[in-house]
Design a protein around this ligand. Structure first.
Ligand code: UTP
Length: 293
Protein backbone atom coordinates (compact mmCIF):
# COMPACT_ATOMS: atom_id res chain seq x y z
CA UNK A 1 0.00 0.00 0.00
CA UNK A 2 1.39 3.40 -0.93
CA UNK A 3 1.05 5.96 1.87
CA UNK A 4 0.45 9.34 0.29
CA UNK A 5 -1.20 11.45 2.99
CA UNK A 6 0.27 12.86 6.20
CA UNK A 7 -1.62 14.67 8.95
CA UNK A 8 0.35 17.31 10.85
CA UNK A 9 -1.66 18.69 13.80
CA UNK A 10 -0.61 22.26 14.57
CA UNK A 11 -3.70 23.50 16.39
CA UNK A 12 -2.26 23.35 19.93
CA UNK A 13 -1.83 26.45 22.06
CA UNK A 14 1.90 26.00 22.65
CA UNK A 15 1.74 27.23 26.25
CA UNK A 16 5.25 25.95 27.01
CA UNK A 17 6.56 28.50 24.51
CA UNK A 18 4.79 31.60 25.80
CA UNK A 19 5.14 34.51 25.33
CA UNK A 20 6.41 33.84 21.77
CA UNK A 21 3.31 31.76 20.99
CA UNK A 22 1.01 34.62 21.99
CA UNK A 23 1.29 35.81 18.38
CA UNK A 24 3.51 33.29 16.52
CA UNK A 25 2.50 29.65 16.02
CA UNK A 26 5.03 27.45 17.81
CA UNK A 27 5.69 25.64 14.53
CA UNK A 28 6.77 28.91 12.86
CA UNK A 29 9.56 29.58 15.37
CA UNK A 30 12.76 29.14 13.36
CA UNK A 31 15.66 26.81 13.98
CA UNK A 32 18.54 28.68 12.29
CA UNK A 33 16.88 29.98 9.09
CA UNK A 34 13.73 27.93 8.65
CA UNK A 35 10.66 27.39 10.79
CA UNK A 36 10.37 24.11 12.69
CA UNK A 37 7.43 23.05 10.53
CA UNK A 38 9.65 23.17 7.43
CA UNK A 39 11.75 20.28 8.79
CA UNK A 40 8.61 18.24 9.59
CA UNK A 41 7.10 18.73 6.13
CA UNK A 42 10.51 17.90 4.60
CA UNK A 43 10.60 14.62 6.54
CA UNK A 44 7.13 13.73 5.21
CA UNK A 45 8.10 14.53 1.62
CA UNK A 46 11.40 12.67 1.89
CA UNK A 47 9.33 9.68 3.08
CA UNK A 48 7.22 9.67 -0.10
CA UNK A 49 4.21 11.65 1.20
CA UNK A 50 2.38 13.65 -1.48
CA UNK A 51 -0.31 15.48 0.45
CA UNK A 52 0.04 17.26 3.81
CA UNK A 53 -3.08 17.89 5.89
CA UNK A 54 -2.56 20.55 8.54
CA UNK A 55 -4.99 20.58 11.45
CA UNK A 56 -4.94 24.21 12.42
CA UNK A 57 -6.73 26.80 14.52
CA UNK A 58 -7.21 30.56 14.48
CA UNK A 59 -4.04 32.69 14.12
CA UNK A 60 -2.17 29.87 12.39
CA UNK A 61 -2.55 31.17 8.82
CA UNK A 62 1.18 31.89 8.63
CA UNK A 63 1.87 28.14 8.46
CA UNK A 64 -0.20 27.74 5.29
CA UNK A 65 1.17 30.99 3.88
CA UNK A 66 4.74 29.77 4.40
CA UNK A 67 4.10 26.82 2.07
CA UNK A 68 2.27 28.96 -0.50
CA UNK A 69 3.83 30.99 -3.32
CA UNK A 70 4.62 34.65 -2.55
CA UNK A 71 4.57 36.29 -5.97
CA UNK A 72 5.38 39.80 -4.73
CA UNK A 73 8.52 38.54 -2.99
CA UNK A 74 9.46 36.38 -5.99
CA UNK A 75 9.15 39.40 -8.29
CA UNK A 76 11.25 41.52 -5.97
CA UNK A 77 14.01 38.89 -5.78
CA UNK A 78 13.97 38.42 -9.54
CA UNK A 79 14.23 42.12 -10.31
CA UNK A 80 17.08 42.46 -7.80
CA UNK A 81 18.91 39.49 -9.33
CA UNK A 82 18.77 37.50 -6.08
CA UNK A 83 18.33 34.26 -7.98
CA UNK A 84 19.55 31.86 -5.28
CA UNK A 85 17.02 33.25 -2.81
CA UNK A 86 14.34 33.19 -5.51
CA UNK A 87 14.93 29.50 -6.18
CA UNK A 88 14.84 28.77 -2.44
CA UNK A 89 11.48 30.40 -1.79
CA UNK A 90 9.92 29.05 -5.02
CA UNK A 91 10.90 25.56 -3.91
CA UNK A 92 9.17 26.00 -0.54
CA UNK A 93 6.02 27.23 -2.29
CA UNK A 94 5.82 24.06 -4.37
CA UNK A 95 7.27 21.41 -2.05
CA UNK A 96 3.96 19.70 -1.23
CA UNK A 97 0.24 19.73 -1.84
CA UNK A 98 -1.13 21.38 1.29
CA UNK A 99 -4.67 21.00 2.57
CA UNK A 100 -5.88 22.27 5.88
CA UNK A 101 -8.77 21.77 8.24
CA UNK A 102 -9.73 23.76 11.31
CA UNK A 103 -9.99 22.24 14.76
CA UNK A 104 -12.46 24.70 16.22
CA UNK A 105 -11.81 23.77 19.85
CA UNK A 106 -8.52 22.39 21.12
CA UNK A 107 -9.90 19.21 22.64
CA UNK A 108 -6.74 17.16 22.34
CA UNK A 109 -4.63 15.27 19.81
CA UNK A 110 -7.26 12.53 19.37
CA UNK A 111 -9.84 15.15 18.46
CA UNK A 112 -7.35 16.85 16.11
CA UNK A 113 -6.95 13.60 14.15
CA UNK A 114 -10.71 13.00 14.13
CA UNK A 115 -11.39 16.31 12.32
CA UNK A 116 -9.40 15.03 9.31
CA UNK A 117 -11.76 12.10 8.71
CA UNK A 118 -13.43 13.53 5.59
CA UNK A 119 -10.04 14.26 3.99
CA UNK A 120 -8.48 10.84 4.48
CA UNK A 121 -8.84 8.25 1.70
CA UNK A 122 -9.01 4.47 2.08
CA UNK A 123 -5.27 3.96 2.45
CA UNK A 124 -3.19 4.26 5.60
CA UNK A 125 -1.85 7.70 6.47
CA UNK A 126 1.05 9.12 8.46
CA UNK A 127 0.80 11.46 11.46
CA UNK A 128 3.75 13.69 12.38
CA UNK A 129 3.55 15.96 15.41
CA UNK A 130 4.63 19.49 14.65
CA UNK A 131 6.88 19.89 17.67
CA UNK A 132 8.95 16.70 17.48
CA UNK A 133 11.95 16.97 15.19
CA UNK A 134 13.53 13.65 14.25
CA UNK A 135 16.73 13.85 12.25
CA UNK A 136 18.23 10.85 10.51
CA UNK A 137 18.54 8.84 7.34
CA UNK A 138 16.29 7.25 6.23
CA UNK A 139 13.68 9.65 7.62
CA UNK A 140 11.69 8.35 10.60
CA UNK A 141 8.36 8.31 8.76
CA UNK A 142 9.90 6.32 5.92
CA UNK A 143 11.14 3.72 8.42
CA UNK A 144 7.61 3.36 9.81
CA UNK A 145 6.06 3.11 6.33
CA UNK A 146 8.51 0.31 5.54
CA UNK A 147 7.69 -1.48 8.79
CA UNK A 148 3.97 -1.24 8.06
CA UNK A 149 4.48 -2.69 4.56
CA UNK A 150 6.52 -5.55 6.02
CA UNK A 151 3.78 -6.32 8.56
CA UNK A 152 0.59 -6.65 6.56
CA UNK A 153 0.00 -2.89 6.14
CA UNK A 154 -0.98 -2.69 9.80
CA UNK A 155 -0.59 0.52 11.84
CA UNK A 156 2.87 1.27 13.25
CA UNK A 157 3.83 3.68 16.02
CA UNK A 158 7.36 5.09 16.25
CA UNK A 159 8.98 4.43 19.62
CA UNK A 160 12.19 5.23 21.49
CA UNK A 161 13.57 4.14 24.84
CA UNK A 162 13.50 6.82 27.57
CA UNK A 163 14.80 6.95 31.15
CA UNK A 164 12.21 5.53 33.58
CA UNK A 165 11.77 8.89 35.29
CA UNK A 166 10.64 10.42 31.98
CA UNK A 167 7.81 7.98 31.17
CA UNK A 168 5.18 10.33 32.60
CA UNK A 169 5.84 12.75 29.71
CA UNK A 170 4.80 10.25 27.02
CA UNK A 171 2.38 7.65 25.74
CA UNK A 172 4.07 4.37 26.70
CA UNK A 173 3.53 1.07 24.90
CA UNK A 174 3.69 -2.53 26.00
CA UNK A 175 4.05 -5.59 23.77
CA UNK A 176 6.37 -8.33 22.51
CA UNK A 177 9.18 -8.25 20.00
CA UNK A 178 8.25 -10.03 16.76
CA UNK A 179 11.80 -11.02 15.86
CA UNK A 180 15.32 -11.32 17.14
CA UNK A 181 16.51 -7.88 16.01
CA UNK A 182 14.43 -6.36 18.83
CA UNK A 183 13.20 -3.44 16.73
CA UNK A 184 9.55 -4.18 16.05
CA UNK A 185 6.96 -4.91 18.72
CA UNK A 186 3.45 -6.34 18.43
CA UNK A 187 1.54 -4.01 20.73
CA UNK A 188 -0.47 -5.17 23.71
CA UNK A 189 -1.48 -1.76 25.02
CA UNK A 190 -0.66 1.92 25.11
CA UNK A 191 -0.91 4.06 28.25
CA UNK A 192 -0.90 7.86 28.37
CA UNK A 193 1.69 9.33 30.75
CA UNK A 194 2.00 6.51 33.34
CA UNK A 195 3.91 7.04 36.58
CA UNK A 196 7.41 5.47 36.75
CA UNK A 197 6.05 3.05 39.39
CA UNK A 198 3.19 1.82 37.19
CA UNK A 199 4.76 1.85 33.73
CA UNK A 200 4.99 -1.52 31.92
CA UNK A 201 8.02 -0.43 29.81
CA UNK A 202 10.15 2.60 28.96
CA UNK A 203 9.10 2.56 25.26
CA UNK A 204 7.85 6.06 24.51
CA UNK A 205 5.95 7.43 21.51
CA UNK A 206 7.35 10.82 20.56
CA UNK A 207 4.95 11.68 17.72
CA UNK A 208 5.26 9.58 14.57
CA UNK A 209 2.48 7.20 13.51
CA UNK A 210 1.22 5.20 10.54
CA UNK A 211 -2.51 4.79 11.07
CA UNK A 212 -5.26 2.96 9.24
CA UNK A 213 -8.67 4.48 8.53
CA UNK A 214 -10.39 2.47 11.25
CA UNK A 215 -8.67 4.74 13.82
CA UNK A 216 -11.64 7.07 13.27
CA UNK A 217 -14.04 4.40 14.61
CA UNK A 218 -11.98 4.21 17.80
CA UNK A 219 -11.60 7.99 18.07
CA UNK A 220 -15.40 8.23 18.11
CA UNK A 221 -15.61 5.74 20.98
CA UNK A 222 -13.16 7.33 23.40
CA UNK A 223 -14.07 9.66 26.25
CA UNK A 224 -12.02 12.58 27.54
CA UNK A 225 -8.91 11.14 29.18
CA UNK A 226 -5.69 12.52 30.70
CA UNK A 227 -5.81 16.32 31.03
CA UNK A 228 -9.52 16.37 30.07
CA UNK A 229 -8.52 15.89 26.40
CA UNK A 230 -9.46 13.30 23.78
CA UNK A 231 -6.24 11.30 23.66
CA UNK A 232 -5.00 9.57 20.51
CA UNK A 233 -3.37 7.11 22.91
CA UNK A 234 -6.80 5.92 24.14
CA UNK A 235 -7.99 5.26 20.57
CA UNK A 236 -4.78 3.39 19.70
CA UNK A 237 -5.18 1.35 22.87
CA UNK A 238 -8.69 0.32 21.79
CA UNK A 239 -7.44 -0.40 18.29
CA UNK A 240 -4.68 -2.74 19.44
CA UNK A 241 -7.22 -4.83 21.34
CA UNK A 242 -9.09 -5.45 18.06
CA UNK A 243 -6.37 -5.75 15.40
CA UNK A 244 -2.60 -6.03 15.02
CA UNK A 245 -0.80 -2.77 15.75
CA UNK A 246 2.98 -2.61 15.75
CA UNK A 247 5.52 -0.29 17.32
CA UNK A 248 8.97 0.24 15.84
CA UNK A 249 12.21 1.58 17.35
CA UNK A 250 13.17 4.17 14.74
CA UNK A 251 16.75 5.30 14.23
CA UNK A 252 17.50 9.03 14.36
CA UNK A 253 17.99 11.83 16.84
CA UNK A 254 14.78 13.26 18.29
CA UNK A 255 14.34 16.77 19.68
CA UNK A 256 11.29 17.85 21.66
CA UNK A 257 11.16 21.34 20.22
CA UNK A 258 7.88 22.05 22.00
CA UNK A 259 9.88 23.12 25.08
CA UNK A 260 12.73 25.59 25.43
CA UNK A 261 15.36 22.99 26.44
CA UNK A 262 14.72 20.70 23.46
CA UNK A 263 14.53 23.75 21.23
CA UNK A 264 17.91 25.03 22.44
CA UNK A 265 19.49 21.58 21.96
CA UNK A 266 18.12 21.37 18.42
CA UNK A 267 19.29 24.88 17.54
CA UNK A 268 22.82 24.27 18.84
CA UNK A 269 23.08 20.89 17.14
CA UNK A 270 21.74 22.18 13.86
CA UNK A 271 24.29 25.01 13.95
CA UNK A 272 27.13 22.59 14.74
CA UNK A 273 26.07 20.38 11.83
CA UNK A 274 25.61 23.22 9.33
CA UNK A 275 28.74 23.71 7.19
CA UNK A 276 28.06 27.48 7.07
CA UNK A 277 27.98 27.79 10.87
CA UNK A 278 30.06 24.96 12.30
CA UNK A 279 33.39 26.71 12.86
CA UNK A 280 31.70 29.90 13.99
CA UNK A 281 29.49 28.01 16.47
CA UNK A 282 32.43 26.14 18.02
CA UNK A 283 34.41 29.37 18.48
CA UNK A 284 31.35 31.16 19.82
CA UNK A 285 30.60 28.48 22.42
CA UNK A 286 34.26 28.55 23.60
CA UNK A 287 34.28 32.35 23.76
CA UNK A 288 30.97 32.64 25.60
CA UNK A 289 31.94 29.90 28.07
CA UNK A 290 35.15 31.77 28.91
CA UNK A 291 33.24 35.00 29.43
CA UNK A 292 30.86 33.45 31.96
CA UNK A 293 31.13 35.05 35.42
P1 UTP B 1 1.04 19.40 22.83
O1 UTP B 1 0.70 18.44 23.87
O2 UTP B 1 2.48 19.72 22.61
O3 UTP B 1 0.22 20.73 23.08
O4 UTP B 1 0.40 18.86 21.48
P2 UTP B 1 0.50 22.20 22.59
O5 UTP B 1 -0.74 22.97 22.82
O6 UTP B 1 1.01 22.23 21.17
O7 UTP B 1 1.69 22.73 23.50
P3 UTP B 1 1.76 23.03 25.08
O8 UTP B 1 1.79 21.70 25.76
O9 UTP B 1 0.58 23.89 25.46
O10 UTP B 1 3.05 23.80 25.21
C1 UTP B 1 1.05 17.91 20.65
C2 UTP B 1 0.71 18.22 19.20
O11 UTP B 1 -0.71 18.08 18.99
C3 UTP B 1 -1.25 19.28 18.47
C4 UTP B 1 -0.25 20.37 18.82
O12 UTP B 1 -0.31 21.43 17.89
C5 UTP B 1 1.07 19.63 18.79
O13 UTP B 1 1.62 19.55 17.49
N1 UTP B 1 -2.59 19.48 19.08
C6 UTP B 1 -2.77 19.31 20.43
C7 UTP B 1 -3.65 19.84 18.28
O14 UTP B 1 -3.50 20.01 17.04
N2 UTP B 1 -4.88 20.01 18.85
C8 UTP B 1 -5.10 19.84 20.18
O15 UTP B 1 -6.26 20.00 20.64
C9 UTP B 1 -4.00 19.48 20.99
Amino acid sequence: MKIKQAVIPVAGKGTRFLPATKEIPKEMIPIIDRPMIHYIVQEAIDSGIEQIIFVNSTHKESIENYFDRNYALEKFLESNNKLKELELIQKIGTMAEIVSVRQKEQLGLGHAILVTEALIGHDNFAVLLGDDLIVGTPPCTQQLIKTSAANGDNPVIGIMDVPKNDVSKYGIIDGTFINADHKTVLMKEMIEKPTPAKTPTTWATPGRYILSRDIFDYLKQIKRGAGGEYQLTDAINLMCKNRSVFAHFFSGKRYDTGNIFGYLEATMNFALNDARLREYSIELIKKLSKELP
